[in-house]
Design a protein around this ligand. Structure first.
Ligand SMILES: Nc1ncnc2c1ncn2[C@@H]1O[C@H](COP(=O)(O)OP(=O)(O)OP(=O)(O)O)[C@@H](O)[C@H]1O
Ligand SMILES: [Mg+2]
Length: 286
């Protein structure tokens, strides 16, 4: 599996991963961390992860994501969303645990901050590590797709937060990932920029058709973007609902019902709202 992390591609298919918990998954599959690619989608079975021998963060999690499917992952703060994302990206080899993970060959990761290299111009950031004579041309096309045509020679520091995230998306998509992992990629953006990024991400996904796992605290964002919303609870996938709306907006009569269902599942109803919960439509900067 080649994973593009902030423009740096790592290949974990050949990596040796130590099972520090001393346990292995049942059956013939005994890999810890990401195994070599076997499918175009994602298969996770019996995934366990824990830190410092404290209680488990992921406790036998199972998950399937079909090729091209867009899944939003919600859950309370500290419920293990980033832990799961890092496991899928093959970025958690120092973490205790076991289980089976199968992901596509080409995986890209987008974080809340763009992770652009400040000493490289924009095009060089997007094409960093990219091979082939047409790398620059592909990079330019990707920048055009995200609305940054003409900014190829800009330094990252000259861009707004939203533009930096657009560049991060371009850097991911230029590699044509079969799986895009995104950990609160719009969490630090203002409300309007966030809405623009939603539209952009939907457009890009329609064109490139990667499977997507998007971590978000924003229930509305999850409903607007995803084919399916899953809730991480007690280290496993609790709620798992398909978003079956005619219109991807609050104008759809089903929107409010789905939002209520997800908020209830989060335990975020009425006076129960905790400090780790973000109200729909608002933003969180963590
Ligand atoms: N490197 C680490 N060392 C020790 N504990 C960790 C480490 N990373 C995460 N944890 C713990 O694992 C649990 C899950 O963390 P994780 O970051 O996956 O949660 P999250 O759902 O992404 O939270 P948030 O919504 O706040 O980003 C938390 O209790 C956290 O304290
Ligand atoms: Mg997190």
């Amino acid at each position: 599996m080649a994973t593009d992390v902030g423009g740096v591609t790592t290949d974990s298919a050949t990596a040796t991963v130590t099972d520090t918990a001393g346990a292995t998954a049942a059956g013939s599959t005994t890999a810890v961390g990401a195994t070599a690619a076997t499918t175009a989608g994602v298969t996770v079975r019996n995934l366990h992860r824990s830190f410092n021998r404290s209680g488990g963060v992921l406790n036998g999690l199972d998950l399937d994501i079909a090729p091209g499917e867009f899944v939003a992952l919600i859950g309370r703060s500290g419920s293990g969303k980033s832990t799961l994302l890092r496991a899928l990206a093959g970025l958690d080899r120092d973490v205790e645990g076991y289980g089976r993970i199968s992901v596509p060959r080409q995986v890209s990761v987008v974080f809340q901050d763009s992770r652009l290299l400040p000493w490289r111009r924009l095009l060089a950031n997007v094409t960093f590590g990219l091979e082939g004579k047409d790398a620059a041309e592909r990079g330019r096309r990707a920048l055009t797709e995200v609305g940054l045509a003409g900014r190829e020679r800009a330094w990252p520091g000259e861009l707004s937060g939203g533009q930096q995230q657009r560049a991060a998306l371009a850097r991911s998509l230029v590699r044509e990932p079969q799986l895009l992992l995104a950990d609160e990629p719009f969490g630090a953006l203002d409300a309007l920029t966030r809405l623009q990024m939603h539209a952009l991400l939907r457009k890009l996904c329609a064109v490139h058709k990667p499977a997507v796992l998007l971590v978000t605290h924003d229930v509305d964002e999850a409903i607007v973007l995803a084919d399916r919303v899953i809730l991480l609870d007690e280290g496993v996938v609790g709620t798992d609902v398909r978003v079956d709306l005619e219109e991807r907006s609050q104008a759809d009569p089903g929107f409010a019902a789905l939002r209520r269902q997800l908020l209830d599942a989060l335990g975020a109803t009425g006076e129960h709202l905790g400090s780790d919960f973000i109200a729909p439509g608002t933003r969180r900067a963590s």
